[in-house]
Design a protein around this ligand. Structure first.
Ligand code: BGP
Length: 473
């Protein structure tokens, strides 16, 4: 029988994403305080974040190009330390002015701002006081939320709380947001931080509903289906546990206000249960997301890992699991191709993941990241022929269409990234944008914006509301 397609919803939010520290630059300009990203040790061979893509001085041009692509939404983040240089206390009027300008510029073209409140860039002043390990940081986050809702909530209606809270917990040291030096029980410290972030998120969601008329808010973790390495029941047990640790722990709390039972048992084994104060569970149950946003790059595959077996663990980053004897170990899925940086590519896994999330939570879904990092080449005729990126996105959008056919309620799609920006680990060598930014890792060149081939392709996708995915330009 022929597959019957449903249309993308008429108000589907096509757009793309960035984050403040990776795109803005002007890292200490106009009163901005340093964030943890400005003071961290930069990986050798990659640039610091002082200039990035210099969106701070190019936002008008960038947003005009997004409008040319037909964006319905632009997902960007607010730099906490640009708005509140010390994380708490005085508000920086230049910070308010900048984000007002960005929001107004979006609205001028009918682009809805989709604002991430916090994307990996905690103010350094708060980090010095213990960062997320200090419960006062959660209070500071609520204050930050209040300042944002007060200043921007009349026009910005779509909000995301914390970008990839699960990765901050699972891979904080790799992202540069957690320093394990001298910490006795690292899992305990990380899951305690996570508890404070959960409290901060729940309060921010409740506050958004109080303060922003018509406002909608949701969490933004990195979610991926977890496959068992085989149909051996032991592998399925390992995959279920890893999926709970990687995915459901965060969303069960955000949506239902409960701690996932399997992960609590795992944490008990590690003496890593968070300390939960009286009243915390009520607070956690009081924040209700309106939708689920998530970032999707790949799936994960794991196998059982009996105690005493030779280790198979490797370095972990945002996408890769680290093995742990007695629980699970990473397994390379032989059915998937990989990006130049070894990230597995799994468009069908995207449909699987969308169905899993929708089945569990029954909330509309917006994808806030998905994309291909690549070494793009600026040709002599000033074109960038990124057909590989078009193919990656095409295949993911096809699967999103199938998920819609399956009955998943999709609200929008924002690939990573709108504009080239600094990668978490690989500087400007690994580009994701529809818009090329003419700079190298250390040679800033002229920072000129040049639409890539994918820019014109995505424009066509949006104009046809997802019907025309052909790469025929
Ligand atoms: C996500 C982050 C983004 C972005 C992306 C790509 O986890 O939310 O900030 O960096 O990953 O990662 P990378 O830059 O390492 O390729």
């Amino acid at each position: 029988m022929a597959k019957i397609h449903r249309d993308f919803p008429a108000d589907f939010l096509w757009g793309a994403s960035t984050s403040a520290y990776q795109v803005e630059g002007a890292s200490l300009e106009d009163g901005k305080g340093p964030s943890v990203q400005d003071v961290k040790v930069i990986p050798p061979g990659t640039p610091d974040f002082k200039v990035a893509s210099d969106q701070y001085h190019h936002y008008k041009e960038d947003i005009a190009l997004m409008a040319e692509m037909g964006f319905k939404t632009y997902r960007f983040s607010i730099s906490w330390s640009r708005l509140i240089p010390d994380g708490v206390g005085a508000v920086n009027p230049k910070g308010v002015e900048y984000y007002n300008n960005v929001i107004n510029e979006c609205l001028k073209y009918g682009i809805q701002p989709l604002v991430t409140m916090y994307h990996f860039d905690l103010p350094a002043a708060l980090q010095e006081k213990g960062g997320w390990g200090n419960p006062e940081t959660a209070d500071a986050f609520v204050y930050f939320a209040k300042v944002m809702f007060e200043n921007f909530g009349d026009r910005a209606k779509l909000w995301l709380t914390i970008n990839e809270q699960n990765m901050l917990t699972l891979a904080g040291p790799a992202i540069g947001t957690f320093d394990p030096t001298g910490v006795d029980n690292v899992p305990k410290a990380l899951y305690q931080q996570n508890h404070y972030m959960m409290l901060a998120q729940a309060k921010a969601m409740a506050l958004c509903h109080q303060m922003v008329p018509g406002g909608k808010i949701g969490p933004a973790p990195n979610i991926s289906a977890v496959y068992p390495a085989s149909c051996k029941p032991e592998d399925v047990t390992a995959a279920d546990l890893f999926s709970a640790i990687r995915n459901w722990f965060y969303l069960d709390m955000a949506v239902y206000g409960v701690y996932n039972h399997q992960v609590m048992s795992y944490l008990r084994d590690h003496d890593a249960l968070p300390e939960i104060k009286e009243g915390d569970m009520e607070i956690l149950a009081s924040g209700h997301p309106d939708f689920i946003a998530f970032n999707y790059y790949s799936t994960a595959t794991v196998a059982a890992y009996p105690e005493g077996e030779e280790t198979a663990g490797g370095p972990s980053d945002q996408q890769k699991a680290r093995g742990e004897a007695g629980y699970y170990k990473p397994f390379t899925n032989p059915n998937l191709l990989k990006t130049e940086w070894g990230w597995e590519i799994d468009p069908i896994g995207f449909r699987n993941t969308l169905n899993q999330v929708y089945s569990r939570y029954r909330l509309p879904i917006i994808i806030t990241e998905n994309g291909l990092g690549a070494h793009d080449k600026l040709e002599e005729d000033c074109t960038i022929r990124d057909d590989y990126r078009i193919e990656y996105l095409q295949r993911h959008i096809e699967q999103m269409q199938l998920a819609i056919d399956d009955g998943v309620q999709m609200m929008g799609y924002c690939p990573w990234s709108a504009v080239d920006l600094i990668s978490t680990h690989e500087g400007f060598d690994k580009r994701y944008g529809f818009i090329y930014v003419n700079r190298g890792n250390f040679d800033l060149k002229d920072l000129r914006r040049i639409p890539k081939k994918s820019f014109y392709w995505y424009k066509k996708v949006i104009a046809s509301n997802g019907k025309d995915l052909a790469n025929d330009l």
